[in-house]
Design a protein. Structure first.
Length: 94
């Protein structure tokens, strides 16, 4: 599902919204999640899962064509760990 489909589904769930209002709401939610990740490094949704920020260490790699050694830069990565309840819902367990 992409962002456009998500907005349409959100609008359908809340019958009285226009597409513009639904888009604005979704953008606000995403901005709040971004702000929470920047501030605390973690955003938790009870019975749904947790967004966390992790670090990817720099490492030495080689260019496959020239065999030149290069150093990657250290980066931050966002990951989502789903809760057991969400995983069970996806698997159609009760």
């Amino acid at each position: 599902m992409n962002k456009k489909d998500f907005i349409k589904l959100y609008r359908k769930k809340l019958n009285n919204l226009t597409i513009a209002e639904a888009k604005e709401d979704v953008e606000a939610i995403l901005e709040i999640i971004e702000a929470g990740l920047k501030k605390d490094g973690k955003v938790q949704f009870f019975n749904k899962g947790v967004f966390t920020v992790g670090n990817i260490k720099s490492k030495t790699i080689s260019n496959p064509k020239t065999r030149e050694l290069m150093q990657t830069t250290e980066m931050k990565k966002v990951k989502f760990n789903a809760s057991f309840k969400l995983k069970d819902k996806i698997q159609d367990k009760k």
